[in-house]
Write a protein that binds this ligand. Structure first.
Ligand code: WQD
Length: 326
């Protein structure tokens, strides 16, 4: 299939483009390079430099393509920031995505894969979280993702736009081949922050609370390797094309790991000390979030292959080392 990847120069986007290419699809990337990196673009992909808020740039990328699939990964994703600047997240995540959806209809792109998030669920009412779990987002970022899922559902009913909403849990890790090593700048997530300390790019990190009802008192999350996520995007796109129906699935490893477990793994893998201080809880953080990905296994035959803590930490450390050397 000919596939347009919106945000394909980003951390997740570049891994999705690699998985699409390896699966034999023809990939075109559209990215504003606000956080994506040109170095992440594989030589085989065509690139359009544009912004989803600029309709003309979207038309330019779509007009020449006759794409049968579009994967939309361009969004702001810092949950904390979304509570301070909801208007920024509404504009980029909601208005921006509505423009991408309108372009898909205008240019007859029938299969739409959307990067959603576990943040749509909010505080877990039971674990592991499956797709039937109530969706009551605790932050504006999660609300923006849930709102877009609602629009996708309406468009699928009214305009026959088939979609796959992929609810990521905690994306982490780097390309096991070591080909994609573009580091996220000013990371907000746990593993890259730990890696910056191990690499000497940051003096220390903070552990947000160690008084949770978990074995070591620190927060537990479901970390899923970005290459596993990428493979799920390929499977979802092919599902839409073959089965001609929409789907919404969780993408998680179903394995929980605590903050201290990740720190200990990083120290073991890197041989460095990760200096950290225990501080108070971060508002809105649940103690534990773990996915059920049974539906993704059933519908997409998807099973994570690289999402064990060791692989997540080892692939990330290798990416940091490559950047330190260069
Ligand atoms: C993980 C754990 C923190 C940083 C967020 C978004 C979510 C999704 C994934 C996109 C928690 C702890 C973290 C630090 C720490 N994004 N932590 N010190 O909050 O689970 O989810 O990213 O879809 O929508 O909300 O990820 O990496 O921020 O935190 O102790 O410096 O690490 O308390 O337990 P989170 P995170």
């Amino acid at each position: 299939m000919k596939v347009l990847v919106i945000g394909g120069a980003g951390y997740i986007g570049s891994h999705v483009c690699k998985a699409l290419t390896l699966a034999g699809h023809e990939v075109t990337v559209f990215d504003n390079l606000s956080s994506g990196l040109r170095q992440n673009l594989l030589p085989s992909v065509k690139f359009f430099h544009g912004d989803i808020l600029n309709i003309q740039s979207l038309d330019t990328a779509c007009s020449g393509g006759s794409y049968s699939g579009l994967i939309h990964l361009a969004a702001l994703k810092a949950a904390g920031e979304s509570m301070l600047l909801p208007e920024k997240y509404a504009r980029h995540n909601v208005v921006g995505t509505l423009q991408v959806m309108e372009a898909a209809l205008k240019w007859n792109i029938p299969n739409f894969v959307f990067s959603s998030s576990a943040a749509v669920y909010g505080e877990p009412q039971y674990l592991p979280i499956d797709e039937k779990h109530p969706t009551v987002p605790e932050n504006f970022y999660g609300h923006s993702k849930l709102a877009i899922e609602g629009y996708l559902n309406w468009y699928s009913k009214l305009k026959n736009l088939r979609y796959a909403a992929l609810r990521y849990f905690n994306a982490a890790g780097y390309d096991p081949d070591g080909e994609l090593v573009g580091l996220e700048q000013n990371p907000a997530n746990l593993l890259p922050i730990i890696m910056e300390v191990a690499a000497g790019l940051r003096p220390k990190m903070q552990v947000f609370g160690n008084d949770y009802n978990t074995p070591d008192g620190t927060g537990i999350r479901d970390y899923v390797h970005v290459s596993d996520l990428a493979n799920a995007h390929v499977a979802a796109l092919e599902f839409l094309e073959k089965r001609q129906q929409s789907l919404t699935v969780n993408l998680g490893s179903e394995m929980g790991a605590s903050v201290l477990e990740i720190i200990q793994a990083a120290q073991r893998v890197s041989g460095k000390t990760v200096t950290h201080e225990i501080v108070g809880r971060r508002p809105g953080d649940p103690a534990k979030l773990v996915a059920s990905s049974a539906l993704a296994l059933e519908l997409l035959a998807w099973k994570p292959l690289f999402s064990d803590v060791n692989s997540l930490v080892e692939t990330t450390w290798k990416a940091y080392q490559k950047n330190l050397v260069n």
